[in-house]
Design a protein around this ligand. Structure first.
Ligand code: G3P
Ligand code: MG
Length: 238
């Protein structure tokens, strides 16, 4: 269970240049020279994994209300591009399956971040695992989530695919959690990471990934600390 990751990963596609979590954003990341992309996945009301960061449609589409209240058919009618720029008008919300197909075609590695609502952690993990399993491996992929229930499910049902535990601040018990779920990596908010923590995590032989790093100076010091990769909205900048 290992995978080779590059130093920079396009965040939500290339969220600084194109609407986040859309196929246009994935293509943009590839155009900018990113070899990997990260994106967020949640479930439609009828259980289909789609790309979306927020729980509601309000910020990144022309719809309103919770994602979990809408079927895929309804979600497909929405515009997920205009809020970012009129050039992207009509850009749809993609499914996970479509996104992985595009990434495979473009030769991009993927960090699939599973973002369930608390009541749907297991259901979301199962649906995502089913889609990921429908793809041929080796396909460069890391699964991650803030949800420990999801990480536990990935450990049980998708054991051979690398897992990353996603946290904001690194918890005291990070080591036992990474061991318990046999994680490949720890993904943390770079704002809360210290050089000492980076050193300890690297000495424990885990990959360390940081989000969201948009300034070249921050990227350079994180790499100096031994951080393996950063997620950036501007993968061309860092
Ligand atoms: O996966 C890294 C990062 O995307 C986690 O935070 O809120 O941007 O999904 P968020
Ligand atoms: Mg994310």
């Amino acid at each position: 269970m290992t995978v080779k990751i590059p130093k920079k990963i396009g965040h939500r596609g290339a969220a600084g240049h194109a609407p986040e979590n859309t196929l246009a954003g994935i293509r943009k990341a590839a155009d900018l020279g990113a070899c990997w992309v990260e994106f967020d996945v949640m479930l439609s009301q009828d259980g289909i994994p789609i790309l979306m960061h927020d729980n509601t449609l309000n910020r990144t589409t022309n719809g309103k209300g919770p994602i979990s209240a809408q079927t895929l058919n309804v979600l497909r009618t929405l515009d997920a591009g205009s809020w970012f720029n009129e050039r992207f008008a009509g850009e749809p919300i993609p499914t996970l399956a479509e996104t992985l197909r595009l990434a495979e075609m473009l030769g991009l590695g993927c960090n699939v971040e599973i973002k369930p609502s608390p009541e749907t952690s297991e259901e979301t993990a199962k649906a995502v695992i089913e889609v990921v399993n429908s793809f041929q491996r080796p396909f460069s992929i890391i699964m991650s989530s803030f949800s420990e229930t999801v990480i536990e499910m990935l450990h049980t049902y998708l054991f051979d695919t690398p897992r990353g535990l996603l946290v904001n601040k690194i918890p005291e018990d990070w080591r036992s959690k990474l061991q318990k779920w046999d994680c490949f990596s720890l993904h943390c908010n770079h704002k809360h990471l210290s050089q000492e923590q980076a050193k300890t995590i690297k000495s424990a032989n885990y990959h360390l990934l940081c989000y969201t790093v948009n300034e070249p100076e921050s990227a350079a010091s994180l790499f100096n600390w031994g951080v393996d990769a950063i997620f950036s909205d501007y993968p061309d900048r860092v």
